[in-house]
Design a protein around this ligand. Structure first.
Ligand code: NAP
Length: 289
């Protein structure tokens, strides 16, 4: 049995409406206690989960083997935390870039932590959730791999949130797997508000966004993120010119006074990997006098 994560900080959760709490015993022992997610009344709660290097790199460049697992060093504790978060979610949301970079992945707990599959499934049943979270892919272009396994499993519902132009492209190329196509915009980006409406219509109370950095930028700009679960892998990757390495947030930038500020909620440790949980609680730095 892998060692429990060291709990270095845990801010108590006082929200009245939460999902989760104490998971089944093997998960609780490993995580080092309860994991409860406050539920919003006005829209789905949006969690974000990423792994980054110490210097903030989340992707090594274009193509497969450019993201999460290589950044984390295939960290088993990181995969365990990913599985826990997927277990709590009604929907796992990814941008098309993340889907294209992971041609064999499916966005379920079992795909990242098979040894915990049974316990995660038991926790979902206890919480009254569907057996698997719905995979939601956001794409403006509709240029998606037709046979992607993450959109093809009989027991994993899949939705593509796209534009009218994207839907036309999908109609030409063939619908990926078993996905349902939802048109949320004409020909440019899908607005986060429209995405949240779609998620709410699908009965989503918790959506887990697993990237990538461009989708995260759009969500942050629309104040559509509630919590960030960030694994910091203990290496410094650097950033040369023209390599296409990506930071945690791409395509958006804020001056510090207008940036989304966060509050630290918990810190866990496995070896030299840190597992940070932040609330995007709307606190803003005061404008300079
Ligand atoms: N370290 C980590 O934890 C982590 C997590 C996730 C991803 N990654 C890595 O990040 C890299 C991908 O980065 P990325 O920034 O390209 O990923 P991304 O945000 O998943 O993909 C960008 C694409 O998603 C679609 N998209 C994003 N926002 C949209 C919006 N508001 N409306 C419509 N479409 C939208 C667009 O797809 P179309 O081009 O189809 O229009 C866009 O080109 C990969 O290497 C991946 O492995 C790392």
């Amino acid at each position: 049995m892998p060692a429990p994560l060291d709990v270095l900080l845990e801010v108590p959760e006082f929200s009245a409406a939460v999902r989760g709490g104490v998971p089944p015993e093997p998960l609780a022992r490993r995580y080092g206690g309860p994991l409860a997610i406050p539920l919003r009344a006005d829209r789905p709660t949006v969690l974000v989960n990423f792994v980054e290097s110490l210097d903030g790199i989340v992707a090594l460049g274009a193509g497969p083997r450019s993201g999460g697992s290589d950044i984390s060093g295939a960290s088993e504790p990181d995969r365990f935390v990913m599985a826990l978060l997927r277990t709590l979610a009604d929907a796992v949301v990814v941008g098309a870039g993340t889907l294209r970079a992971a041609p064999r992945h499916e966005w379920t707990p079992r795909a990242v932590a098979p040894r915990w599959e049974e316990a995660c499934a038991a926790w979902r049943t206890e919480m009254g959730l569907a057996p698997q979270p719905t995979t939601v892919v956001v794409s403006a272009s509709g240029d998606l791999p037709v046979a992607h396994p993450g959109l093809s499993r009989a027991d994993v519902p899949a939705v593509i949130a796209t534009t009218a132009a994207g839907a036309r492209r999908i109609a030409e190329q063939g619908v990926p797997g078993r996905a349902r196509v939802e048109v949320l915009a004409e020909d440019r980006a899908v607005e986060p508000a429209a995405l949240l409406d779609l998620l709410a219509r699908c009965g989503t109370r918790i959506a887990l966004c697993e990237g990538g950095p461009h989708l995260l930028g759009d969500l942050l700009a629309a104040a559509a993120v509630d919590e960030l679960f960030l694994t910091v892998a203990p290496h410094l990757l650097g950033r040369g010119s023209g390599e296409g390495r990506l930071g945690l947030v791409e395509g958006r930038a804020w001056p510090p006074a207008a940036a989304p500020w966060v509050s630290l909620r918990s810190v866990r440790r496995a070896g030299s990997h840190l597992f940070l949980r932040y609330a995007l609680d709307g606190r803003r730095a005061l404008p300079a006098p």
